[in-house]
Design a protein around this ligand. Structure first.
Ligand code: ADP
Ligand code: ADP
Ligand code: ZN
Ligand code: ZN
Length: 746
């Protein structure tokens, strides 16, 4: 089996590296974040494999596939087709559930059509995505959405004062005129003084209630918003419309099927006393038990298939899920594990499977289960590539490629290749980190107060009472599915909404032109410096304004619309894609023009700028471990972990707040974690409160306080099983987390 050969790789920060990857083995890529692991694995190997696959298709298929640029590499040989199993959301909508995406729901439908009683029909009668099976009231969604239009009306105001809180309806606007000119309203009367009849007219366009015929002269606001927000797909609309929709649309459980999505006929058909909806509402372990008691020989094979599928999900640490859980509500780690399960069921061999930190979201107890699946995937004749920081995962590698020595331009080299045993003796950051572990904190801080949560019952929480300490760092632990996010990110964060800042790994809601410089607010300072030095106005250094390249209007690309075809996008020739015009590019500060300045990494920029405001923000980038980013790198290219840290950077200056973070060590090398802990110390010493959901044992050991949720996941979780200092946990607690913590102290 010939190795995969990569020669002369210079993609992103890689420094002309060459290496081999053995086939049908597990190869783990390690190294600090920003060292170049993703540039190798995703931007090069996965990208090139897909590109070569695409090239084998006929031209008419090829024209429909996304175009991939060739990675910057001299030569790659012996690639096999690749599949990327990452943490990106599973996508889908309310119709996509754990059951539909895993294929188990269709097997279950088949089972009901065969042995369910009374007989309801063939398998489509059990599909909530099929008119034969769906509840008609909610069209199979299990819930109905309603527009809360009253929230849009300011009762203190009249039409002339703008009683509808929406700029589309401001006095004088086109929409406003439709109502004002109808002659049905007194334009100076505040809404609160309307009679019942007038109010109904405003909302429903009729003198009666919601159901009564509409007044032909005006459409009620309720109908108007229902039409614009509910009865069409708004995902392509402006952010304004989407935000408006979010604040106005309320979801309620369907009153007919009570969230079960199916019609009467489908729901009355049962096996062992359970309907298909009952089964989809069970935790996977319970469902497995119910299915294993079916003795009917005619469906033996089908039942066996279902049980095998369930076992795979249980084995990978998702026993607490149920089949009717909507996929958009799954965490990144859960989504990745579900994808893995899907591929485990496939009979393809000779593939390259690529994983991005599969241990994310996993309790130390569960990591070995996933390791078993990775080995199985290899033993079926596949090549498995894994980007990982977790020692337990790294230890199962057949081959390790360590990228470094540091991040960005200080990285991009291969600093070690070989076995795990050899890595333990390697003089690299990863090699050294494998042998180190932090001590348990001896003298934790004392809280300055606490925020109580009482009788929390959301999802699996069992009437939880807990006090979240103030002024210290609390780590919330527990196996996946135990209820950590439900308790902290949902119940606690919502209850104390006004003082809690959530810093997650989700996309940054800013324009797609945002960069570290603009997001952290020092782009303006850089423009001022350039303006001062050149005697030109600030606006010249903005590509949204006077500085824009005249050919592309500051976009950097030229989009040519072609009839009947996708538009063609090419780099602007006038500015070479840098977006600025010549006048702007001619001005310099410290001998560098705007584009050159934005091309500096934060650490390089610290050697260039003297301005105190700019330096302060650059230092913050350094503190959150992002000094290797350039000032102009689009935020859309950052990884989840990098996004979380740049959000943290934005909040670093604040004092006295409560900061909640969900697994901030995702994507971080052990040596980065030590820096993150220093940063946490600094945040807390400035009078802030930190509440961190974590599986990383070093972070737990350095906490001031630990709140452990368990004892296990799903319905077997939802309780606080321990609250105390890390030392107390190590000495006396009898929980899964305490066991893991103790064994890491040896
Ligand atoms: P790792 O996976 O080890 O965290 P990456 O391969 O993502 O590191 O990044 C290596 C370097 O390349 C970093 O300095 C990163 O900022 C840079 N980089 C990654 N993607 C891009 C991109 N699309 N454009 C420019 N620079 C990038
Ligand atoms: P953790 O954060 O500890 O991994 P979660 O708080 O995400 O655990 O989940 C706790 C329980 O609540 C699990 O049984 C999970 O399936 C359930 N759960 C979480 N989110 C949802 C949701 N949006 N809808 C239904 N059940 C959910
Ligand atoms: Zn319904
Ligand atoms: Zn241009």
């Amino acid at each position: 089996m010939a190795d995969i050969l990569v020669q002369g790789l210079t993609q992103n920060n890689l420094k002309h590296v060459s290496f081999r990857i053995p086939k049908e083995k597990i190869t783990v890529f390690t190294g600090v974040s920003g060292s170049g692991k993703s540039s190798i694995v995703f931007d090069t190997i996965a990208a090139e494999s897909q590109r070569q696959m695409n090239a084998t298709y006929p031209a008419y298929v090829r024209s429909r596939l996304p175009k991939r640029p060739k990675p910057a590499v001299e030569r790659i040989d012996n690639l096999t087709p690749s599949v990327v199993v990452d943490q990106s959301p599973l996508g889908g909508n309310a119709r996509s559930t754990v059951g539909t995406i895993s294929g188990l729901y269709s097997s279950l439908r088949l089972l009901f059509s065969r042995i369910g009683r009374p007989y309801a029909g063939t398998a489509s009668c059990f599909s909530f995505n099929d008119p034969n099976g769906m509840c008609r009231t909610c069209s199979g969604l299990g819930k109905i959405t309603r527009v809360d239009v009253e929230a849009m009306i300011d009762p203190e105001k009249s039409w002339n004062e703008g009683c509808v809180r929406d700029s589309l309806y401001s006095p004088g606007s086109w929409y406003w005129k439709q109502y004002a000119r109808s002659g049905l309203f007194d334009l100076d009367k505040p809404v609160k003084e309307y009679s019942r009849e007038e109010y109904n007219l405003l909302l429903y366009g009729s003198r009666g209630d919601a159901g009564a015929p509409e007044n032909p002269k005006v459409t009620g606001l309720y109908h108007k918003y229902t039409k614009t927000l509910l009865n069409r797909d708004i995902s392509g609309k402006s952010r304004h419309t989407q935000e408006k929709s979010q604040s106005l649309v309320a979801e309620l459980e369907c009153t007919d099927c009570h969230g079960q999505r199916l019609n009467e006929a489908a729901l009355s058909c049962k096996i062992s006393g359970f309907s298909i909806a009952d089964m989809c509402g069970m935790e996977l372990t319970q469902l497995r038990e119910v299915l294993s008691r079916i003795t009917d020989r005619t469906v033996g094979v089908l039942v066996q298939t279902l049980i095998e599928g369930l076992d795979r999900m249980i084995e990978i640490g998702l026993p607490y899920l149920h089949l009717n859980r909507e996929t958009p509500s799954l965490s990144g780690g859960e989504a990745q594990r579900l994808k893995l399960v899907r591929y485990m069921g496939s009979s393809l061999t000779g593939m390259t499977y690529i994983f991005d930190e599969p241990s994310a979201g996993m309790h130390p107890r569960d990591v070995h289960r996933m390791n078993r699946l990775l080995r199985k995937l290899r033993d079926k004749g596949n090549t498995v590539l894994v980007v990982e920081h977790d020692r337990d995962v790294i230890s199962i590698a057949d081959h390790i490629i360590d990228v470094g020595p540091l991040a960005g331009q200080h990285g991009g080299e291969i600093v070690f290749e070989g076995s795990f045993q050899a890595l333990l003796h390697a003089d690299t950051l990863t090699g050294r980190a494998m042998l180190q572990s932090l001590p348990v904190k001896e003298t934790p801080r004392k809280p300055t107060g606490s925020l109580p949560v009482r009788d929390a019952c959301l999802h699996n929480l069992k009437h939880v009472d807990v006090d979240i300490p103030l002024g210290i760092m609390t780590v919330v632990t527990g196996v996946a599915g135990s209820g950590k996010s439900t308790l902290i990110s949902q119940v606690f964060a919502k209850q104390y909404e006004s003082s809690v800042v959530m810093i997650d790994q989700g996309p940054i809601t800013a324009t797609n032109r945002s960069t570290p410089a603009s997001y952290l607010g020092f782009f303006d300072e850089i423009r001022k410096l350039l303006a001062r030095e050149s005697g030109k106005p600030d606006s010249l250094f903005s590509f949204n304004s006077a500085g824009a390249c005249p050919a592309c209007g500051g976009k950097g690309v030229i989009v040519t619309e072609l009839a009947f075809m996708d538009p063609v996008v090419t780099a602007c020739e006038a500015c070479g894609g840098v977006r600025y015009n010549e006048e702007a590019l001619a001005c310099t500060c410290k001998g560098k023009n705007i584009v050159e300045l934005l091309g500096l990494t934060a650490s390089q920029a610290l050697e260039v700028f003297e301005d105190a405001k700019i330096r302060k923000r650059l230092k913050v980038m350094e503190q959150v471990g992002l000094s290797y980013l350039t000032l102009g790198q689009p935020l859309s290219t950052l990884s989840g972990g990098e996004r979380q840290r740049i959000k943290l950077a934005k909040h670093l200056g604040k004092k006295g707040g409560v900061i909640v973070m969900d697994e901030p060590t995702t994507g971080l090398h052990p040596s980065d974690i030590q820096n993150l802990l220093k940063l946490f110390d600094m945040i807390v010493s400035r009078g802030n409160t930190l509440v961190v959901i974590e599986h990383n044992l070093d972070v737990m050991k350095q906490a001031d306080w630990i709140i452990d949720i368990g004892p296990d996941g799903g319905k077997n979780g939802g309780e606080v099983v321990f609250a105390g200092t890390p030392m107390e946990m190590v000495r006396g607690a009898r929980t899964l987390t305490a066991d893991s913590l103790r064994s890491s102290c040896r």
